[in-house]
Design a protein. Structure first.
Ligand code: NAD
Length: 306
């Protein structure tokens, strides 16, 4: 089945996770402005209610705004069953919700790895399990958007746990882009670089004292290079319209990914330089270790606390 040309989202049922904040909120506002009927969710109930209110205040249609934790399989399945019973299948499903924890491998604890995989990988998988089979049965085609990250393309410093999940989501997307083609369902893998959202404040960098001036400078330089959530939302909607698989939002990330494939030694050199710069920030803003407290995330040995 060929995917029908999609001019805009007018009258389309669009499900968005992570809609309370940042990219999810921005893409919900843009989709609503194009005439989509929205089905929104987020773990943050108050933020979700405010986002739904903002959409409605601009004349947008929010059919449902239900808080849910995407890492909770039963909650996602129940929500989907409820929505399908009342409104039928979705046309567009967007996996946007996510969290971020960075750290060197000697600082990351088991819970950090687990949280990244449960929210950033199993979350989207739950949503795919809950919504995509219904789209296939409905036979109207549609689109699946998975918001991954630059950390799914290149080896960013401190991103091992985050990349584990985001590369995983890239793997799922890479297969589904071909598996779902025969059902007329397009797939977009969105790989933003820095985006100036509340996530830049909530990102946990294990082993780094985030109050140190060196870290503040690092955060500021991240912000200066960041896209706005609305720019990312616009790129996502263009990706859906043009049925584009890889959606970039940063020329630097696109260039680094290009280097990786075309001139691997140059990519390797650039990543080593970046890694050394991160190491300098880490040294200047390391959280003081408390060797007497095995639960202290900055303590030198973690083996006992995992
Ligand atoms: P954000 O913090 O502004 O929004 C993320 C939303 O996800 C929040 O509203 C949060 O409540 C929700 N969420 C978190 N855990 C959840 C859970 N278990 N169940 C349901 N909802 C949950 O951050 P953002 O920058 O808009 O992030 C959106 C996506 O973009 C994430 O997947 C993130 O990994 C990705 N991303 C962000 C950046 C960046 O620099 N901000 C860069 C690359 C990729």
């Amino acid at each position: 089945m060929r995917r029908p040309a999609r001019k805009d989202l007018r009258g389309q049922r669009v499900f968005v996770t992570g809609a309370a904040s940042g990219i999810g909120r921005a893409v919900a506002l843009r989709a609503a402005a194009e005439g989509a009927e929205l089905f929104l969710t987020d773990i943050n109930a108050a933020g979700l209610a405010k986002a739904a209110e903002a959409v409605r205040a601009r004349g947008g249609k929010v059919r449902r705004a239900d808080p849910a934790d995407v890492s909770d399989y039963d909650a996602v399945m129940t929500l989907a069953a409820d929505i399908h019973a009342e409104f039928g299948s979705m046309d567009v499903v967007m996996n946007v919700a996510g969290i971020s924890t960075w750290g060197t491998v000697e600082n990351l604890e088991h819970r950090h790895w687990r949280a990244m995989v449960e929210v950033n990988l199993m979350g989207p998988i739950h949503v795919i399990e809950a919504f995509v089979p219904q789209m296939i049965v409905a036979g109207r085609g549609g689109h699946l958007v998975n918001v991954s990250s630059a950390a799914a393309l290149i080896g960013l410093p401190w991103h091992a746990a985050y990349s584990a999940a985001k590369f995983g989501l890239r793997g799922v997307s890479e297969v589904l882009r071909f598996d779902l083609r025969r059902h007329g369902i397009g797939v977009s893998l969105v790989c933003p670089g820095a985006v100036d959202t509340p996530l830049t404040n909530t990102v946990e960098i294990v082993g780094v004292d985030q109050t140190q001036p060196a870290f503040h400078d690092f955060q500021e330089s991240f912000r200066k290079r960041a896209s706005t959530p609305d720019e990312v939302a616009a790129a996502i909607l263009t990706g859906i319209r043009r049925n584009r698989y890889l959606v970039h939002t940063s020329t630097r990330v696109r260039a680094a990914y290009g280097l990786q494939r075309v001139i691997p030694p140059l990519y390797s050199l650039a990543m080593r330089v970046l890694n050394d710069a991160a190491e300098r920030v880490l040294k200047q803003s390391s959280a003081p270790a408390d060797p007497s407290d095995p639960a202290d995330p900055a303590a030198p040995t973690k083996a006992g606390s995992r």
